[in-house]
Design a protein around this ligand. Structure first.
Ligand code: F6P
Length: 455
């Protein structure tokens, strides 16, 4: 069997806790087959850009590359996270574009291509991940790489008019079309990509999922909803009940129900709206006051980027405002925590929570939603309140689906979840769990790689 080579900007190096669904999912996929994981080392080396590091743990070889301060600022903080990220999340108001950061994006992709190409064998299968590395495949091809190249976009594909606002959208399309297979999270993302191809004259859609570019190159495109290690999370969450982190949190609730949110501190996650909706809930449902404590875990993410700093201040202000206005001497309605927790503790927290709040304004998939469901106690499962703008809503349609902009609607869903009878909770949970058992991380990896190998 050919070797699997995974390429992503963020690599979960052995012994490092990482927040973000991508690293968790790729770790699970690679552990199963073994192979090579290539990406950024996480180091910012002032003038040693391109320095390689190699290590092996279990069946995975890790090869990572350092970035210079300037490259990191302009490629990662700049083009990836101030241009592409907001654009791909439908936030044109937040897009900051400059030719300088675009050049850095190309430069770092070329650096990745220079360092990766010599590592590759002709029978490898290379799987490139996410918006940081869209041009990489075409740069690898220019360096003579002949093996199968696949791409998976973890974030949403926006509608074509939004994409076309980007000055270099044509070059990004060229990058995507150098692959043998381009994968998206949902069929909606795939449809928007096909619309772009048609409307902007990039080529033709030969049939659903098969494209021919204007220069005559054929490639496949498909929807492959990413998932979780469902059985592993079930086991982990059941075992977490005996852990001190679980017991400590349970004790601190003094018998009150828990609502939990776990998100990177990112504007796509809809946190200010969620905080306001929680306040609306406190105002509109006074009979439930004191019954529910809301724990929001939000590890700081991309903290060098201005929009993330602004968001952090806004959330601090809102959390203080909500607690100041609604707390009792012996109870604060919300707990707001900016640090990360080991995955095994988080799954225990999910199990303890009567309510999972996952209300992004836009999200490619959202694996917290799936993990929350898988972590529940089958005898007494909690309720997922889920944004219909998360990719996960297409599969988890037995959650209480909400529009995150509709604060009254989210408040009503929280109130409904708090008082939902056990029988209804079980029915909804079983339907969602059946889907997660059928479509777990192994199924995702296999179906993507089978399609890539056959492409
Ligand atoms: O899943 C989307 C994503 O942007 C990944 O590409 C990324 O690794 C993760 O979120 C976390 O973000 P970051 O790597 O910037 O910390």
């Amino acid at each position: 069997m050919s070797r699997l080579v995974v390429v992503s900007n963020r690599v979960a190096l052995p012994g490092q806790a990482s927040s973000g669904g991508l690293a968790v999912a790729l770790q699970a996929a690679l552990e199963e087959t073994g192979g090579l994981w290539f990406g950024w080392s996480g180091n910012i080396a002032d003038d040693a850009s391109g320095q390689l590091h190699e290590q092996t743990a279990g069946n995975i070889d890790y090869v990572t590359v350092d970035l210079s301060r300037a490259d990191h600022d302009d490629y990662y903080n700049g083009f990836a996270n101030r241009t592409l990220w907001p654009l791909l999340h439908f936030r044109m108001d937040l897009v900051d574009y400059s030719r300088e950061t675009w050049e850095a994006y190309r430069r770092v992709n070329a650096l990745f291509a220079d360092r990766l190409a010599p590592q590759l064998r002709d029978d490898d299968v290379v799987w490139i991940h996410d918006y940081h590395l869209i041009p990489l495949a075409s740069l690898l091809r220019e360096r003579g790489v002949r093996c199968k190249l696949g791409f998976f976009l973890h974030v949403p594909m926006p509608s074509s008019d939004i994409l076309a606002a980007l000055p270099h959208h044509g070059l990004l399309f060229e990058g995507l079309s150098a692959h043998d297979l381009v994968g998206f999270q949902t069929s909606r993302d795939l449809e928007r990509f096909q619309d772009y191809v048609r409307l902007f004259g990039r080529g033709r859609v030969v049939e659903h999922g098969v494209l021919e570019t204007a220069s005559g190159r054929r490639l496949r495109a498909g929807a492959f909803p990413i998932s979780i290690d469902t059985a592993g999370i079930e086991r982990q969450a059941a075992a977490a009940v005996g852990k001190s982190s679980f017991k400590r949190l349970a004790r601190s609730l003094s018998g009150r129900a828990l609502a939990i949110g776990v998100d990177r501190l990112d504007y796509s996650k809809g946190l200010p709206e969620r905080f306001r909706a929680f306040e609306r809930y406190l105002q509109r449902y006074p009979d439930q006051i004191g019954e529910l404590t809301y724990l929001q875990i939000a590890p700081v993410s991309r903290g060098d980027v201005l929009e993330y700093q602004t968001l952090r201040s806004e959330l601090e202000q809102l959390a203080g405002h909500i607690n100041g206005g609604h707390a009792e001497p012996d109870w604060t309605p919300m707990r707001y925590v900016n640090r990360n927790f080991p995955h095994a503790s988080l799954t225990g927290f999910y199990r303890l929570a009567r309510l999972g709040l996952v209300t992004p304004l836009r999200d490619g998939m959202n694996l917290v939603a799936k993990e929350y469901v898988a972590a529940q106690d089958p005898e007494d499962p909690g309720v997922l309140v889920l944004s219909s703008f998360a990719g996960a809503a297409r599969e988890l349609d037995q959650a209480l689906l909400v529009n995150p902009y509709d604060l009254d609607g989210v408040a009503a869903a929280i109130a409904r979840a708090v008082s939902m009878p056990l029988e209804e909770r079980r029915e909804r949970w079983e339907a969602m769990m059946a889907c997660l058992r059928d479509h777990d991380i192994t199924d995702w990896r296999r179906s993507y790689l089978q399609t890539l190998r056959a492409a």
